[in-house]
Design a protein around this ligand. Structure first.
Ligand code: TYD
Length: 212
């Protein structure tokens, strides 16, 4: 396929969504064909699956069910949106992809990175991103950023979840060692503009390398 498939990963509050929007805007202004999308979601069927997964009333959801639903949403999104965009030569910037499942379900929920990779391989059939930017931040700092955005203090619930967020980060660190050529770590504790400029430089190198 001719296009360029890039995914962005990281814990909550790392700022990846803001940076993605800025990148897409800038590339769009430079007349690149850019598709900005996200997981779980991005298209109607996958947004429906997203609602089922993230509905706070669904406390009975088993973690394997959750993993399968993420994989199902991923499959549909890939086939309906990502593949056609890559086939026409677009730059696809995707907010979260397989590494979220590996870090959150595989590592943090304890289902096993290998197992989660296997069910996802059924969904993606080897269509891995060319590069993945991992925005690294300490969970305490990330959660604080989220709270500052909402204008309220960190509450008891947020603190209870902290342990989970630490495991997510450990999961990503494990993935960095497993896929050193594909995943690039970016220090997201820097001010957002610095992180943006850093990411933009890396992306421009990739675009040049791919003759786009
Ligand atoms: P979202 O509101 O999009 O979070 P963020 O802005 O941080 O990306 O919610 C997505 C949530 O789903 C987020 O907590 C990460 C989680 N997730 C998984 O656990 N596994 C996955 O495979 C994906 C794609 C997301």
């Amino acid at each position: 396929m001719q296009g360029l498939f890039i995914t962005m990963e990281g814990p909550e509050g790392a700022g990846k969504t803001t940076i993605l929007q800025k990148l897409a805007k800038e590339l769009g202004e430079r007349k690149f064909d850019v598709v900005l999308t996200r997981e779980p979601g991005g298209i109607h069927i996958s947004e429906q699956i997203r609602q089922v997964i993230l509905d706070p009333n669904h406390t009975a959801m088993d973690s394997r069910t959750e993993a399968l639903l993420y994989a199902a949403a991923r499959r549909q999104h890939l086939i309906e949106k990502v593949v056609p965009a890559l086939e026409r030569g677009a730059i696809v910037l995707c907010d979260r992809f397989i590494d979220s499942s590996l870090a959150y379900q595989g590592y943090a929920r304890g289902l096993g990175i290998e197992e989660i990779f296997t069910i996802n391989q059924f969904a993606i059939q080897d269509l891995m991103p060319e590069k993945t930017f991992y925005f690294d931040i300490e969970p305490e700092v990330g959660l604080k950023r989220i709270e500052q955005n909402k204008g309220r203090e960190i509450n008891r619930l947020d603190l209870e979840k902290l342990d989970f967020h630490h495991r997510v980060r450990e999961g990503y660190k494990t993935l960095l060692k497993m896929f050193p050529d594909r995943i690039v770590e970016i220090d997201a504790s820097e001010p957002i503009e610095t992180v943006f400029q850093h990411t933009k430089r890396l992306l421009e190198e990739l675009i040049a390398k791919n003759d786009m």
